[in-house]
Design a protein around this ligand. Structure first.
Ligand SMILES: Nc1ncnc2c1ncn2[C@@H]1O[C@H](COP(=O)(O)OP(=O)(O)OP(=O)(O)O)[C@@H](O)[C@H]1O
Length: 167
């Protein structure tokens, strides 16, 4: 539609039905044919329906709070698996984000930050627990009193820390 000044027009694309909606979604939104709000929401919904609550958008991890314990996400061997894998090789998960920053921090000696953001009750504390757990697992050693660094780190009140960081 030309509105007279030559700069006002509409583009209407003919998108085949299901062109951007694989039945179980995609694990990285950047794989969507069209990256727009309905496509993103539909993809997250498709994944949520199969209990996949984590989805990447490039290096960003999006989490949907399931409000229930998902057994396949509570596997104690997962940290070892993510330690061996490159980013994007395994399913989206906070361990992958923590692993990526840990590698840069150790290998390239560059300080790293992870921003955890979302509305109240979105699961920020839970996700931060997972991040801290993985970092403690990667960097921790048993101390002289027998308790591991991982255990000590997880005793910290993350909730207060997050409130300070993200308000
Ligand atoms: N990955 C998850 N699996 C299962 N339950 C979850 C998960 N993440 C969050 N929950 C549930 O949602 C509740 C709220 O999560 P959480 O406390 O992490 O949110 P929050 O974003 O830190 O909230 P606030 O900003 O109000 O402190 C948790 O108590 C837990 O019951």
């Amino acid at each position: 539609m030309d509105c007279g000044n030559g700069g006002c027009y509409q583009v209407i694309k003919c998108i085949p039905k299901d062109a951007e909606a694989p039945p179980f979604g995609v694990d990285d939104m950047t794989k969507l044919a069209y990256l727009h709000e309905p496509g993103v929401l539909n993809n997250m919904r498709s994944r949520y329906d199969i209990n996949e609550i984590y989805t990447y958008t490039g290096s960003i991890l999006i989490a949907v709070n399931p409000f229930t314990r998902l057994a396949h996400l509570c596997n104690s061997h997962m940290m070892a698996q993510y330690k061996e894998a490159a980013f994007g090789e395994l399913s989206p998960y906070p361990f992958a984000v923590a692993d990526a920053v840990y590698r840069v921090m150790i290998n390239e000696d560059i300080s790293q930050s992870i921003l955890v953001s979302g509305e109240s009750g979105a699961g920020k504390t839970g996700s931060t627990n997972q991040l801290m757990r993985y970092l403690a697992y990667m960097g921790g050693r048993a101390s002289t009193d027998g308790s591991s660094v991982e255990h000590k780190v997880l005793e910290v009140n993350y909730k207060k820390l997050i409130q300070l960081l993200v308000g």
